[in-house]
Design a protein around this ligand. Structure first.
Ligand code: PMV
Length: 325
């Protein structure tokens, strides 16, 4: 039996990935940029067992899991088995250190950890680029949880997807930013991102969003590398709203915002005008990620709670996906 355990962090995109040019290979319509989130972690053990008769077995946060979640894990393990010339079924045990159902994307950390553990357990010697390419097949944003710190996922040009991977553009210690997450709802999202990506092109705004993405990414990368919070704030908020405009104008439309989402995104620019450096971004859910230089995180949390935000999580820039056992 070949076993390995890996950990990987979730990440928050500053320039969003939304829509694929190839849905099966998860080749994105645009490049994206993100920060790994220290402490928001998935730990996954993969054991390939030739004596296992049946399907792969999956335990998520202590619960034996079948159905769509297992099918997606099996599809991913099949890629690893094909690369390693292996037929053995696997026992996969995975848990998150962040509350599941808090609307914190676990697919990024989950598929990054699964990729690293499965590749090692299968005896594959993959480098960081190979691992990022492979993680991308499980969940696009997982490609960005393979390298450390602040990462950029290149859209790539090859139909094979071999040049569509994420790389570090700055290490975690480059900028002491904290993601203060306003957790607004523990409810599971109605439409998951895999389905959402498939709807992106039904919005008349997606082509414009994608055409303008290189400009936004370049502005964001420059602001990040220069630690220019003012320029960073503007482009991060613009990019998030552009993605949600596409979501809301897809057919069928996707509305992820709740009343408190709006309350927070209206308050944040006011706080910034008052001198508190903070900006917002939002993924495929109602939670608002408030990015701020770390010394201001307690004040951002205090103000979020004063607005009625029930729960707050905070995460600093984090490291790469790695083998831990
Ligand atoms: O990796 P996926 O398919 O869960 O897509 C992630 C999509 C967003 O979180 C909304 C944006 C992003 O770039 O992370």
């Amino acid at each position: 039996m070949h076993t390995a355990t890996a950990e990987a962090l979730s990440n928050i995109a500053f320039i969003k990935y939304w829509g694929n040019r190839d849905q099966t290979l998860r080749l994105p319509s645009n490049a994206s940029l993100s920060m790994n989130l220290a402490g928001l972690k998935t730990v996954t053990t993969v054991a390939f067992d030739p004596s296992l008769p049946g399907p792969d077995a999956l335990t998520l946060n202590g619960h034996p899991t079948t159905g769509a979640a297992l099918a997606r894990v099996t599809r991913h393990l099949d890629l690893v088995r094909a690369a390693a010339g292996l037929s053995a079924r696997a026992v996969v045990t995975s848990h998150n250190t962040f509350p599941s159902g808090a609307g914190i994307a676990s697919s990024a950390s989950g598929f990054a950890a699964l990729t690293v553990a499965a590749a090692r357990a299968a005896g594959l010697a993959l480098n960081e680029v190979d691992l990022s390419v492979l993680a991308r097949r499980g969940s696009g944003s997982a490609s960005r949880s393979i390298p450390a710190g602040f990462t950029e996922w290149l859209a790539g040009e090859q139909p094979s997807g071999e040049d569509s991977y994420a790389r570090t553009i700055a290490p975690p210690e480059h900028w002491a930013l904290t993601d203060v997450i306003a957790v607004l709802s523990a409810a599971h999202k109605a439409t998951g991102s895999t389905e959402g990506h498939g709807l992106a092109d039904t919005s008349p705004f997606q082509a414009a969003r994608v055409a303008d993405a290189p400009r936004r990414l370049s502005l964001c990368r420059t602001a990040l590398l220069a630690r220019d919070f003012s320029a960073f704030s503007e482009i991060v908020e613009e990019d998030a709203v552009a993605m949600h405009a596409v979501m809301m104008t897809s057919r069928p439309p996707l509305f992820y915002w709740q009343p408190l989402t709006i309350a927070v995104i209206q308050a944040v620019p006011v706080w910034r005008a008052e001198g508190l450096p903070v900006c917002f971004t939002i993924d495929a859910g109602p939670n608002v990620h408030c990015l701020t230089p770390t010394e201001h995180a307690p004040e951002v949390e205090r103000r979020l709670r004063a607005l009625g935000v029930p729960d707050v999580l905070a995460a600093a820039p984090g490291g790469p996906a790695r083998i831990i056992a």
